[in-house]
Design a protein around this ligand. Structure first.
Ligand code: ATP
Length: 476
């Protein structure tokens, strides 16, 4: 599918803005960076917290059928044997013998030979296609690519002071297993009945062969996952219900619906644990195009039955009404924090033609983030750096911080036009200007980020207005 021609965002612009304004910095920057690692600056940390808080509120706190969990990153190594990750969590790898570049074989065939279903092919099939096409290395041009072979993506480390005799453990490649491993404790301590779900937010680690595209594919990322346990026969219906809830979430965070689509995995593409999988895909700018944002899978009773078998613990559920015991089936909606953040930045980025204070035409960069997710909800700006104005402005700032419980910015540097632009660029929905009239009429100017419309408002009304306008789901 082609992209709409007038889309303002490019990946380069998003990377530049992210660094310039403190959303995302290259990891270990003063040491020349460590490839594909990123740190989140003050604005990025706020944006991520807002995403996670909204997700937790929506899917855990506001639902009577959901519980929250915060499991550890390190788990018993047998967890990953039981889950199938030791054997199955592989990507097909191809090396160039000349320049030593590494590629994911399926991606290489998709991108260079336009093979549609490369992800569902075995390494042998991928190798056969490579050989058939007599493919050259895309980096050095030599025809010295190796056969495709499986590469396990789990990072491992050792517990204990001596690596040879220590216990080899893995950094979790998904948060889901923490939920399955605690399923019995949750069942025994939380008065739950089927259907019920468990939500968790946390870091996951994958030794990706081809990380890149900024924070789209990284080695260390954060997931927001739900495992929803239900009667086996109800799982197809629960799948549909969760599909609808995921659509609602996409709407809630304000993504452009034209940039989101749902794609069903065909049988060959399904993960080892899945009976049915859908990907929510997002249309990224440039060559990246449509790529996975979120996933929805029917994991059946795969994980519980494997953990029951390997741990020897009874993980069945006693259904009182039917007087039987069985293993529940599991629907898994999974969301990446990093990809959510990236799509929000890309989707919100806009460049608008406008006129500056001198009447000259100008380009304004504005992040049209959903107000509920914007790092700052408002900025208080004294028109000039004069004590009579800054005192009132600082007092308003303190009151807004206390009364709304939201994050508010305060800025008295540079001219007012520049300060508006700075706030536009970081997505602050409202600028509140204290001017000389404020000292007479006790009112301030509230400027709307998107329309740039200004309205006069009594000082005492500002807190309620900002609170109301930046609620999740509120339309500015
Ligand atoms: P992909 O096909 O892009 O490798 P996946 O199908 O392996 O993704 P899942 O195992 O379904 O991904 O992981 C759930 C979610 O975690 C994804 O939808 C995505 O948002 C996020 N995610 C997975 N891998 C990464 C990564 N390397 N970097 C950033 N986010 C990731």
């Amino acid at each position: 599918m082609t992209q709409e021609p007038n889309r303002a965002a490019t990946m380069d612009k998003i990377v530049a803005l992210s660094k310039r304004r403190g959303f995302v910095y290259p990891g270990s920057d003063i040491y020349g960076g460590l490839a594909n690692t990123w740190d989140f600056g003050p604005l990025g940390a706020e944006l991520r917290n807002n995403i996670k808080q909204l997700w937790w509120r929506t899917f855990v706190q506001k639902r009577r059928d959901m519980l929250g969990l915060d499991a550890g990153i390190l788990m018993h190594p047998r967890v990953w044997e039981a889950s199938g990750h030791v054997v199955n969590f592989n990507d097909p790898l191809v090396d160039c013998k000349t320049c030593k570049s590494r590629f994911r074989a399926d991606h290489l065939l998709e991108e260079k030979l336009h093979v549609d279903d490369a992800a569902s092919k075995t390494p042998e099939e991928l190798t056969a296609i490579l050989r058939e096409a007599n493919m050259a290395c895309p980096v050095c041009g030599n025809r010295t690519l190796t056969d495709a072979r499986q590469f396990n993506m789990m990072f491992s480390t050792t517990i204990g002071p001596v690596s040879e005799s220590g216990t080899r453990v893995y950094l979790r490649p998904e948060t889901a297993q923490g939920i399955f491993v605690q399923y019995k404790n949750l069942l025994n301590t939380q008065r739950v009945k089927l259907p019920f779900g468990v939500g968790q937010i946390g870091k996951a680690f994958r030794n990706e062969i081809t990380p890149g595209n900024f924070i789209f594919r990284v080695l260390e990322f954060e997931q927001m996952e739900i495992e929803y346990f239900c009667k086996p026969e109800e799982s197809p219906e629960m799948f549909e219900t969760w599909l609808a809830s995921m659509h609602e979430w996409v709407k809630l965070i304000g993504l452009n619906p034209d940039h989101v689509r749902v794609r069903e995995h065909d049988k060959e593409e399904l993960s080892h644990y899945s009976d049915r999988t859908l990907d929510f895909e997002y249309l990224f700018p440039g060559t990246l195009g449509w790529k996975e944002l979120y996933g929805l899978a029917n994991r059946t009773n795969f994980d519980l039955s494997r953990h029951q078998e390997v741990s020897g613990e009874d993980l069945t559920y006693f259904d009182q009404a039917a007087n039987t015991r069985y293993l529940p089936h599991v629907i898994e909606p999974t969301f990446g924090v990093d990809r959510t953040m990236l799509t929000l930045l890309v989707d919100a980025y806009d460049e608008e033609e406008t006129v500056d204070v001198n009447g000259k035409s100008d380009i304004r960069t504005v992040l049209r983030l959903s107000p509920a997710l914007a790092p700052y909800k408002a900025a208080v700006l004294p028109l000039a750096k004069k004590p009579e104005l800054t005192t009132v402005a600082m007092d308003l700032y303190n009151r807004l911080m206390d009364e709304t419980g939201l994050l508010i910015d305060y800025d008295e540097t540079a001219n007012i036009g520049k300060r508006y632009r700075r706030q536009d660029e970081i997505g602050t929905p409202f600028c509140i200007t204290v001017d000389f009239d404020t000292l007479e009429d006790g009112a301030v100017t509230v400027r709307d980020r998107d329309s740039m419309a200004q309205q006069r408002m009594a000082l005492g009304e500002v807190a309620g207005y900002i609170h109301q306008q930046t609620r999740a789901g509120a339309v500015v």
